[in-house]
Design a protein around this ligand. Structure first.
Ligand code: GLU
Length: 499
């Protein structure tokens, strides 16, 4: 998709083995913009936190993004001309930090954790906002040598020039400005040589020729620091597009510790990537034409930052359910069979591996009826279980439901027997013939159609909620239907006699 001079965007996740929907939305917008503007998308792994950044955590990210249909042009898995794509593999941070020190933009800081902590406490007591005291700024060469001799290790700290305001024209928030004096000098390199986020991010964005930085608004206060770094290094400054927060039902930012689910949990629970993408795109953005259903391609064509709202948007799980149900209804049947297969296999209804022809045929007959009634793929197995298994534990209680409250067990047993006779005589096993047979019985016994169908439904499936009964019987076939009616009638007759 990259054309050479189109925009370059990046997804810069810190791999933690978890990807919440707010971050997915950021990456989606990156993807949509890059795709829609003939640009390039980079996946960069911000893995300087060695404890959490495991290969598994990176694999999780790649897998989750692929599932959603988000593709990139350069990344750790596919390479590219602007590598490395993992921060831990980049070796140049020290040199860049040294350049900043040589030009007087940065300095060695020997402060200990305790000293910094004490400064912070004192500032708080004075009612001041915490920021670096400047203790190590302007140390002489002798002073530094003495501290080193004491065995102190130095971080590299960037010096924020005084009396400056730093501003940029945000693609979402418009003109945004910060007072430099409030920022305080900040660490860019730890004593162990590992870069701090703001610094690594700037070096990488520069090296990878990123032209638009898209990220959550919690990073707004990092942007002035980064702009100062670009200026000090005499590098061109990318554009910034900060996105408002994605909130949960309690209007708090989506977060794992507050129960937000990771995107792969939605996959496990039977959500379709198309629905997740659609719902996330509409969180804080709307298409000019106001359509509700938008594919990734539609979104790529229509997405722009000027239609991103500045206010936070709340993620509504019920809305995702609704969209998911709609997508299940709209997808081609062959795709639905493929999507449903792992869920059927997981519950042991269908053997694992490739679906047999017979299985496909069976699913293609039942799923058109089932898909109208489910919101997730995970709801499908219980809806089709009756095709694979005899109802278990069928007994008197099974028939004591609201819809049959006017009927006693003997009447129900009699009705089932009448249905047995009627369907046994059918020449054709078609929905029309089955319905006519049921109606005939209902009229003869003076049952309502709904009552009779409920009794048959319970007899056949053991459940009160199923796909449409007549169609279900058609798919189930004559032999199994007859056997189950007989079984149910016997269960009722035996118990009925005891009572
Ligand atoms: N690794 C950072 C994060 O996950 C990236 C922020 C940015 O895009 O600059 O928050």
């Amino acid at each position: 998709m990259a054309s050479g001079d189109g925009p370059r965007l990046r997804m810069a996740p810190s791999p933690t083995g978890f990807l919440q929907l707010g971050n997915v939305r950021t990456f989606l917008f990156d993807y949509l913009y890059a795709r829609g503007h003939d640009g390039a998308l980079v996946l960069r792994i911000e893995d300087t936190d060695a404890e959490r950044s495991t290969p598994e955590a990176e694999a999780y990210l790649v897998d989750a993004l692929h599932w959603l249909g988000i593709q990139w042009d350069e990344g750790p898995d596919i390479g590219g001309a602007h590598g490395p794509y993992r921060q831990t593999e980049r070796t140049g941070y020290r040199e860049v930090a040294a350049r900043l020190t040589e030009t007087g933009h940065a300095y060695e800081c020997f402060c200990t954790r305790e000293e910094l902590e004490q400064d912070r406490r004192q500032q708080q007591e004075r009612g001041e906002a915490p920021r670096y005291s400047g203790r190590c700024y302007g140390l002489s060469e002798e002073q530094r040598a003495r501290l080193r001799a004491e065995g102190r290790e130095a971080s590299i700290r960037f010096h924020v020039p005084t009396g400056r305001s730093i501003s940029w024209n945000d693609r979402v928030y418009g003109h945004t400005s910060f007072e430099g004096d409030a920022l305080g000098d900040f660490v860019i390199l730890r004593p162990n040589g590992l870069p701090i986020y703001n610094f690594a991010n700037v070096v990488d964005d520069h090296e990878q020729e990123i032209t638009i930085v898209v990220r959550g608004q919690q990073h707004l206060s990092n942007t002035p620091l980064q702009i100062l770094l670009y200026e000090a290094l005499d590098w061109s400054i990318p554009e910034f597009a900060h996105l408002p927060d994605v909130l949960d039902q309690n209007r708090q930012r989506l977060a794992k510790r507050r129960g937000a689910k990771g995107v792969t949990e939605y996959r496990e629970e039977g959500y379709l990537p198309e629905a997740v993408v659609n719902v996330l795109a509409l969180l804080g953005w709307s298409p000019p034409g106001g359509e509700e259903f938008l594919s990734l391609d539609d979104l790529c064509r229509q997405f722009s930052f000027d239609r991103v709202q500045r206010s936070n948007a709340a993620f509504d799980p019920a809305r995702l359910d609704w969209f998911n149900g709609q997508y299940i209804r709209r997808m081609p049947l062959t795709d639905l069979i493929v999507a449903a297969a792992p869920f059927l296999q997981r519950t042991g209804l269908v053997p694992t591996g490739a679906l047999s022809e017979e299985e496909r045929a069976r699913l293609s007959r039942i799923l058109p009826h089932v898909r109208e009634r489910v919101r997730t793929l995970a709801e499908i197995p219980s809806m089709v279980e009756f095709l694979y298994r005899d109802p278990s534990g069928l007994g008197v209680d099974s028939f004591q439901v609201k819809d049959l409250k006017r009927r006693d067990l003997a009447q129900t047993s009699e009705a089932l027997e009448a249905v047995q006779d009627a369907v046994d005589r059918l020449e054709e096993w078609t929905p029309e013939a089955l319905l006519a047979a049921m109606d005939g019985v209902a009229v003869r016994l003076d049952w309502r159609r709904g009552e009779l169908l409920m009794a048959v439904r319970i007899a056949i499936t053991g459940k009160t909620v199923t796909p449409p009964l007549i169609e279900s019987l058609e798919v189930l076939g004559r032999a199994v239907t007859m056997a189950r009616l007989e079984r149910a009638r016997r269960a009722l007759a035996v118990v009925g006699a005891d009572v």
